[in-house]
Design a binder for this molecule. Sequence first.
Ligand code: ADP
Ligand code: MG
Length: 602
Amino acid sequence: MGQIKVLDENMINMIAAGEVIERPASVVKELMENSIDAGATKITVSVEDGGRKLISVADNGCGMDAEDLTLAFESHTTSKIKGSADLLGISTLGFRGEALASIASVAQVRAVSRTKDSLCAYGIEIDCGDKGDITPCSGDCGTTIQIRDLFYKMPGRRKFLKTANTEIGHIIEQFIRIALANAFAAEAAKLDMTLIHNGKELYRLAARQTLHQRIADLFSSEIADNLIETESSEKGLHIFTLLGKPDISRTNNNLQYIFLNGRFIRDKFISHAIKEAYHGILEPNRFPVVFLSIQIPYSEVDVNVHPTKIEVRFYNANLVHSQVLGCIREKLLSSNLETGGKLPATSGGTEQIAATTSPHGRSQKIADAMAEFFQKYRPVQTQQLSFSAESRAEKSQTTYEAAAEYPAHSMQNGKKFLQIHDSFIVAETDDGFAIIDQHALHERIVYEDLVRRTSAGKLESQKLLIPEILEMTDAQADLVKANAELIEKLGIELTPFGHQRYAVQAFPTIIANAGPIEFVRDLLDLLDNKEINSDSGKLLDEILNMAACKAAIKAGQKLSDREIEQLLADKDAAEYAARCPHGRPTTIKFTISQLEKQFKRT
Ligand code: ADP
Ligand code: MG
């Protein structure tokens, strides 16, 4: 007898649920998308215990009549497509007709819905696929769906749910994606959206708020205030984007949001275009904050390639890549990327980027600096002198005296040095001279110091006179709790300070000149990075790296002679001073014999 059996409908739905419904956040996503497809202008999401106990989504959309309400929970039932032709131009968020059936097969569901023509609402209850009767009941126009005890009959799946804090973190992320997608979608009116957890309101976003205000509410005003807006409309592609300035860059790409026709997506072509566009504007290990929305004809993209529709297939991916890259790059190159006076004092604008981007620009800068140096310290007489042996002696005499006018430019051992462009130090060596990148070198020195101190115990810290307050999501607060020991070891004291806020009370002395808020924010990003945090050694190293970078002397910072002397002395004492912790060189050396060869003296 054959082995193959036709699965019953509930089994089919449970299997589908395995793909679509991973955790409470997936339920929230599916229900919110249904509300948007139903034309709602107001959605209230209320969850308990991270959605493990209850998820309720209420909208004021078109509602369902009694007949649709029963059908909605059957598998493969949808009002959004009628025939195969519709699949070629999907404009709704849903279309697969399996979300409600999947959810109802793995939880207890109660749905109440009313259309605007109906005198009353209708309700239905389903318990893990076991459907009750439709009953008339009271209720406003629109739909409310409540999901209780997700996976309660599937201990295997239930076990994989994480703590309420982690689950609400995922729900918040879905809520943010939908709130942003809605704010960016050109044709859609903005929604009034609320998210409540355990009776506490986490977000209330008003329909009439500006995009700037919405981003400030969802993230922070610092992020909202540091975005550059640009738009392009070419070759059937409309791109609207908000580009984060380098000051608010991150250690991961969590704050890159890409939307396609009002749907949050992940796309490797677009991510790559963003990375390329910021090339040379950000350090290689930093990620820009970017909000990007693309409107493209529905026929130009296939959204039916992934069960949760997070990935799509562009029919002309190269075009999308080049348009996104061009649009962003052009804007960045023509923008002044300085903000809040935190960056080193440079001229800004296009030339600045061009100069720091290309390797050629960098060497040109050094060459200019060298030229300026020799111009400045060349004694006037040498120009009139001929190069006789005698005059050479005279010249060197004069040069020495000129240098002697700046006694502090010599070290105790008699070697001369000079800071150029407030960024590089030119120092005499036994057999020539060296050019030192002051930031890279100091970064290495601070890093080694941090490694020594953390391996010996905890970093010494100092109390802040005025505690600095930072906002955190519940997921971040979770990270703080989970990593309490590490945070203490770093000499950081963080205490809760009201709703979703923490105060930095104490901060490590050795990195005192880094901003505590910025530091803690980047620390949280590292703690949240799965690739890094799975290995505690690597995690600590990344943190110390980041700390060293923040605390080190910056390029563009004027140093006193004493500071330069100290830096050079520390260089000699350092274990591996040649490269900064990221692997870039700290020092470029030149020998006299090299110079002689270049000047054709030998
Ligand atoms: P899909 O969204 O892919 O069509 P679902 O299983 O999510 O599939 O929903 C099935 C159908 O139920 C939808 O096509 C829609 O007609 C109806 N429906 C679901 N949620 C709502 C809602 N909040 N308001 C009105 N109708 C809804
Ligand atoms: Mg749906």
